[in-house]
Design a protein around this ligand. Structure first.
Ligand code: SF4
Ligand code: SF4
Length: 227
C-alpha cells in the first residue's frame, strides 16, 4: 500500500471512530434535555405544546445555539491557526501545477455563467491538461490513488502563469483562491506543502466538527419529517 493510500485509509478509520464519539456526545446532550419521565421518541410526530414537541424544540435550539456555534468557532480557530505564521507556502508549485475538479471545463464555464463564484475564479486561473499523462507527472501517487479509488471522472488543470522556474509570474496579483489555498482541512496535500503539518494537526478537530454537522442534519431531517 502506498503512503498516501495508507494515510487516506487511516483518515477514514479515524473518521469512523470520531463520528461514533460525536454521535454518543450528541445523544447524551439530547437525553439531558428529555422531559422528566417522558418516554417518547425524539423523532416521532408530536402536537404543538406537548412534551414531545417541547423536547424537539429544545434539541433544535441546542443544535442552533450551542453545537453549531461551537462548530463555527472551531472552524474559525482552524483557519486562524493556518495563518498563525508557523505554516506557509514553500513554493513547491504542486497546487499551481495540479488542480483537480469533478467538473469538465465546459461544465465549469456553465456554472460560472450561472454566477458560481468559485467556478469563475477557478477558470480565471486554471486551464485543462491536454492529457492525464501530463498531469500524472506532477503527482503520480495521487493520480494512482484516484485511479484505484474512484470510477468518477476527474479533470486535471494547471495554471499557465507558472514560469519556467516554477514561480508565479503574477504573484502580486494572484487571485483569492490562490491566496486562500489550502482552506479545506480535508484536502489532499503533498508532503512538500508548507501547510501539510497544519492539515495533520487540525484534521481530528475538523473531522469532529464535520461529524457534528452531519449528525445534526440527520436529526433535523428526522424531526422535520416526524419519522
Ligand atoms: S496565479 Fe500564481 S499562485 Fe495562482 S495558481 Fe497560478 S501560478 Fe499559482
Ligand atoms: S502545495 Fe503548498 S507549498 Fe506547494 S505551492 Fe501550493 S501552497 Fe505552496
Amino acid at each position: 500500500m502506498s503512503d498516501l493510500n495508507e494515510k487516506i485509509e487511516g483518515i477514514k478509520l479515524s473518521y469512523r471512530e470520531i463520528f461514533m464519539d460525536a454521535a454518543e456526545e450528541i445523544e447524551k446532550r439530547i437525553e439531558a434535555l428529555r422531559p422528566k419521565d417522558f418516554e417518547g421518541d425524539l423523532t416521532a410526530v408530536y402536537p404543538v405544546g406537548s412534551e414531545g414537541k417541547l423536547w424537539q424544540n429544545a434539541v433544535l435550539d441546542m443544535f442552533e445555539n450551542d453545537i453549531s456555534k461551537e462548530v463555527v468557532r472551531k472552524l474559525a480557530q482552524i483557519k486562524a491557526y493556518r495563518n498563525c505564521g508557523q505554516f506557509g507556502c514553500k513554493g513547491c508549485a504542486t497546487c499551481c501545477n495540479l488542480a483537480c475538479s469533478e467538473f469538465s471545463p465546459e461544465e465549469l464555464k456553465e456554472k460560472a455563467k450561472n454566477g458560481d463564484n468559485f467556478a469563475n475564479q477557478f477558470l480565471s486561473v486554471f486551464v485543462p491538461y491536454n492529457s492525464r499523462e501530463e498531469a500524472y507527472k506532477i503527482y503520480p501517487e495521487y493520480l494512482d490513488l484516484l485511479r484505484k479509488k474512484t470510477d468518477e471522472k476527474v479533470y486535471f488543470y494547471h495554471c499557465p502563469k507558472l514560469d519556467e522556474n516554477n514561480r508565479c509570474s503574477d504573484y502580486e496579483n494572484r487571485p483569492q483562491i490562490c491566496r486562500d489555498f489550502p482552506d479545506n482541512p480535508f484536502c489532499i496535500l503533498p508532503k512538500s506543502c508548507g501547510y501539510y503539518d497544519w492539515r495533520e494537526e487540525i484534521q481530528p478537530v475538523a473531522l469532529l466538527m464535520h461529524s457534528f454537522v452531519e449528525i445534526m442534519e440527520f436529526y433535523k431531517n428526522k424531526i422535520s419529517k416526524g419519522e
